[in-house]
Design a binder for this molecule. Structure first.
Ligand code: 5GP
Length: 186
C-alpha cells in the first residue's frame, strides 16, 4: 500500500513545527521529511531542523529533479527532497502553502491539514518570540493574512491551534480516521 502523505501547512508562527514533532514522537508509523533551505540557521535552532544549504547546492538539486516540491518563501528557498520513508511508514511534510499545492498536484491523495493561529496577535507574539526581526515578523504576518483564504479552500481539514495538546490530539484523530477510511476502501 502506498504511504499516506500528510501535509501540515499554515502560516509561520502557528506552531506547526511543535505539533509535527509531537505527532511523530507519539506515532511511530509517521516519518517526518527533512526539508532543505537556503535560510541561515537561527540562533538556538537545532542543526537537524533543516538541511541548511547554499543557493548553488539547492539549485543544483532542483536541476537534478531532486525535489518533490520547492518554493521561494520571502527570499529564501525551501524544498522537500523526494521522500524515501522506510517501508510501512507514512510521510509527514511540514511546508508552506505554495509547496502544499505542488504536492497536491503530484499526489492528489495527500491529506492536507491547514493549521491556523487562534488570533493574529497570538501569531505575532510567537513570531517575535523566536527572534525574527520586526520587519520579518510583519512580512510573515502579511503573508499569512494573504494566504489564509486559499489555505482554507484547499485543505481537507482546518485546525485552530488554540491549545497545543488539544490540537495534537485533534490532528492525531484526523490521521487515524484517514488511515481507517483508506484501509476499508482497498
Ligand atoms: P521557517 O523559515 O520559519 O523555518 O519556515 C518558513 C516557512 O517555510 C514555514 O511556513 C515552513 O513550514 C515552510 N517550509 C519549511 N520547509 C519547507 C519545504 O520543504 N517546502 C516548502 N514549500 N515550505 C517549507
Amino acid at each position: 500500500m502506498d504511504p499516506l502523505v500528510v501535509i501540515v501547512s499554515g502560516p509561520g508562527g502557528v506552531g506547526k513545527g511543535t505539533i509535527v514533532s509531537a505527532l511523530v514522537h507519539r506515532d511511530e508509523r509517521l516519518w517526518l521529511s527533512r526539508s532543505w533551505t537556503t535560510r541561515a540557521q537561527r540562533e538556538g535552532e537545532a542543526d537537524d531542523a533543516y538541511v541548511f544549504t547554499s543557493r548553488d547546492d539547492f539549485e543544483a538539486h532542483i536541476n537534478r529533479d531532486g525535489f518533490l516540491e520547492w518554493t521561494d518563501f520571502l527570499g529564501n528557498l525551501y524544498g522537500t527532497p523526494l521522500p524515501e520513508p522506510p517501508p510501512g511508514r507514512d510521510v509527514v511534510l511540514e511546508i508552506e502553502l505554495q509547496g502544499a499545492k505542488q504536492v497536491r498536484e503530484r499526489n492528489p491523495d495527500a491529506l492536507l491539514i491547514f493549521v491556523l493561529p487562534p488570533s493574529r496577535e497570538e501569531q505575532q507574539v510567537r513570531l517575535t518570540g523566536r527572534g525574527d526581526p520586526p520587519n520579518k515578523v510583519l512580512e510573515r504576518l502579511r503573508k499569512a493574512e494573504e494566504e489564509e483564504p486559499e489555505g482554507r479552500e484547499l485543505a481537507d481539514h482546518v485546525v485552530v491551534n488554540d491549545d497545543l495538546e488539544r490540537t495534537i490530539a485533534e490532528m492525531a484523530g484526523i490521521i487515524d480516521r484517514e488511515r481507517l477510511s483508506r484501509s476499508s476502501t482497498r
